[in-house]
Design a protein around this ligand. Sequence first.
Ligand code: ATP
Length: 336
Amino acid sequence: MRRLCVIPGDGIGAEVTPIAVAALRILLPELQTVEALAGWGCFVEHGCAVPERTLELMRECGAGLFGAVQSPAHAVPGYRSAILTLRQQLGLSVNLRPVRSRPGISPRPGIDLMILRENSEGLYIGREHMTSPDRAIAERQISRQACEILAQRAAQVARQRQTKRITLVHKANVLPLTCGLFRDTCRAVLEGQGLHAQIDERLVDVAALQLVEQPENFDLVVTTNLFGDILSDLASYWSGGLATAPSLNWGEGIALAEPVHGSAPDIAGSGRANPIAALLSAALLLRYHWSLPNEAARLESAVEGFLQEAGGVDFGTQTTERVTDGVLSRLGTLQG
Ligand code: ATP
């Protein structure tokens, strides 16, 4: 019996997650779901952004669907981003971010790449301090163990995608210790995997330019936490922007699907939230965590079929309803 912990979070998170859950229920009628709290609203109400009960439910279910959380623009004592806490506490150490041309919403066809982002360390360990009133220091952690886990996952994804080229993205010319350890460890693990893929490298600035100029030349990109965060938002332009960009936080026996977008307070409650990122995140959960490629392909086909026919998603105030109706009705009629 598969179980799913649903964490709607703040803003449009609560509008898009029920739609992804509805899609999963069509594909997996036996699916059991349980809802859990997290986010800024939870912090304001209960004094905690991720209650212990949420972590327990995630561990019990082994799979989750996250909506979005709002973060205050300035540091608030006791508050730490809910998604960062979930990733760290649950050992969700790798983040999968596919970028793919989609009919009607992509600026050009022929792009199909995957960014694998280290999810647990880098500059995101949150160790910042002031050495004087005028100087702040942030620490960046790169460990051999986290790089090995990332590279092993990369090998798994490479096999599944039949990847021809893996690109390690770093800045080892400026950060020879941290980025050097990342590059050398990933390369050593990947070279030992017997993959039929060329292993390439790019400096992060060069990779950014090439992701703009020649995104077709990338297949599987493997990189550190902050670089992956920035490059995947940039590359999401090619698949139709943030509202359609999915991700999967992936750990050992546990995964949390998460649309890349935030809580979009500017459109929350207006019916304009696009659920495609949440739907495609659910497809990642199906394919990579539950090993259900056929169900994942059905969900992706339903989204693509709808986009093909609709010719885009600029539906004004009825985006949520129109995308939901279009995708769920297709899903119901697609053969398994
Ligand atoms: P947060 O503080 O939670 O990060 P934000 O508004 O700064 O919120 P996003 O939520 O990522 O950041 O939104 C960036 C822009 O993209 C906003 O204008 C938002 O309305 C739009 N947007 C994001 N997600 C969606 C979506 N699913 N559907 C439609 N528009 C979206």
